[in-house]
Design a protein around this ligand. Structure first.
Ligand SMILES: NC(=O)c1ccc[n+]([C@@H]2O[C@H](COP(=O)([O-])OP(=O)(O)OC[C@H]3O[C@@H](n4cnc5c(N)ncnc54)[C@H](O)[C@@H]3O)[C@@H](O)[C@H]2O)c1
Length: 428
């Protein structure tokens, strides 16, 4: 793979932006395409590069634009746009728009790589079939096709796009070699060739669905521990002694997974498998159901504890801390904390919300000063997202607080209980 190759990357978000910088730093000439002005500006000003590359940005050739025609002479086009769901069904409209956008600008022999998460069969359905039908372009003759899913975990300090193993499937041996060589030239990790595009697609949706199911199991365990009056943490510690020796993976309970991957990707797998291969996907559907019910479960748990103590929930002031789907991230996509917040608000309870990290437009409390006032008036604090700033707070300092619901099981339970505040976790 020659470094003189020109690479086009479409979708400059959590997946596409780090990849664009990595490719540029490796020596490729990179053209980033996005339809969002902020994403384009961030890249043109080189302000959103991964930390690992900050000191290498001087000489890179990288431009971002919304003009698809710039892809005209690119040798590789990589698609990293969102593949969301609507009502638990895959929403492939963005993918379709992008394929239509690039279709007029595909250079002969170009390698098109899809990185967006899709289920088996979708890369061929949305790229190969479209290009044949609309542009009469023939795969492995006019262009080549590969699927190489991203596994990035934004905010992870150990793994970034430069050192995460990849799987890759392609339309021909030539395309597979070319795609594997391209990724291998950039990353210090393994690139595993798969037999087909569809196998690589299955690896990606399966790993995220597996995670969804493990989280559902952890949540089920938490519910059992609540009923038995066990501490889920103790049980998990016991389970960990098996993990230490046999290397199984444990998930932890909470109010359900959020983000653009774990809650969404499983629906790609469920829908496609039921439609294309008539397989019963009830196991996965149940996992989704358990996870989606967790905000309601947590809310009912706190209400029942308050009612048992003879107090009236309606008279209490709630304060939710943290709305992102994961700690120290601004991302609120599919945040279950947001679901919980809306549940409480729609139940006509008084609830304020504070999250100086999350990117959202319903900021109830915008300043630290108002936050201090609200927290000193709150009866119930809900840690919806365990940002470091909320783990470092001394909750015992706020005399009005009677209950703390820790949706992440991360706070110091004994310190809180010693101060006379009722600590409520998920499964403890
Ligand atoms: N976020 C993750 O941690 C992660 C990890 C692995 C895989 N993925 C998968 O990668 C894909 C991208 O996810 P993401 O998190 O980077 O999404 P994102 O929302 O962060 O970024 C997507 C980018 O695509 C742009 N875009 C949308 N429509 C466009 C169009 N028609 N033309 C050009 N640009 C367009 C958006 O403006 C945005 O900048 C998804 O399929 C996702 O499931 C995400």
């Amino acid at each position: 793979m020659s470094k003189s190759n020109k690479v086009g990357i479409i979708g400059l978000g959590y997946v596409g932006a780090p990849l664009a910088y990595l490719a540029a730093i490796t020596g490729y000439t990179v053209i980033g395409i996005d339809n969002n002005e902020e994403a384009i500006e961030n890249m043109n000003r080189k302000i959103n590069a991964p930390n690992e590359l900050h000191d290498k940005l001087d000489k890179v050739e990288l431009i971002a634009s919304n003009d698809y025609s710039l892809l005209r002479d690119t040798d590789i086009i990589i698609i990293c746009v969102p593949t969301p769901t609507i009502n638990n069904k895959p929403d492939t409209s963005i993918l379709k728009n992008v394929i239509s956008g690039i279709s007029k600008f595909i250079k002969r022999g170009c390698l098109i790589i899809v990185e967006s998460t899709v289920a088996p069969g979708m890369t061929r359905e949305y790229v190969e079939q479209y290009l044949l039908k609309k542009e009469k372009l023939i795969i492995n003759k006019d262009y080549y096709l590969a699927y190489c899913p991203e596994r990035i975990d934004p905010g992870n300090k150990k793994f970034w796009v430069g050192n995460i193993n990849r799987v890759c499937g392609a339309s021909s041996d030539y395309a597979l070699n070319k795609a594997c060589e391209f990724y291998q030239s950039m990353i210090k990790a393994r690139v595993i060739p798969m037999e087909s595009i569809e196998e690589a697609e299955l690896v990606k949706v399966w790993e995220n669905s597996m995670r969804n199911v493990s989280i559902a199991q952890a949540n089920l365990l938490a519910m059992m521990c609540d009923k038995y009056h066990f501490s889920v943490e103790q049980v998990l510690e016991g389970l960990n002694s098996k993990v230490e020796q046999f290397g199984l993976t444990l998930a932890y309970p909470g109010i359900g997974p959020g983000g653009h991957c774990i809650p969404e990707d499983i629906h790609y797998l469920i829908n496609t498998s039921e439609k294309d291969i008539d397989i019963n996907m009830n196991l996965l559907k149940e996992a989704v159901k358990i996870n989606e019910e967790m905000p309601r479960y947590a809310y009912d748990k706190i209400k029942s504890i308050i009612q048992k103590s003879g107090e009236k929930v309606e008279k209490m002031k709630f304060l939710m801390l943290g709305i992102s789907y994961k700690p120290n991230s601004a991302d609120i996509r599919k945040s279950q904390a947001l679901v919980l917040y809306n549940l409480i608000k729609n139940d006509n309870q008084k609830i304020d919300l504070y999250d100086p990290i999350a990117k959202y437009d319903i900021k109830d409390i915008s300043s630290k000063k108002i936050f201090e006032k609200k927290i000193s008036e709150a009866d119930i604090i809900i840690v919806g997202c365990a940002h470091d700033i909320f783990l470092q707070l001394d909750y015992t300092h706020y005399k009005n607080v009677k209950y703390i619901l820790d949706c992440w099981n991360k706070l110091d339970e004994s310190k809180i209980e010693k101060a006379g505040i009722h600590y409520i976790g998920v499964g403890k």
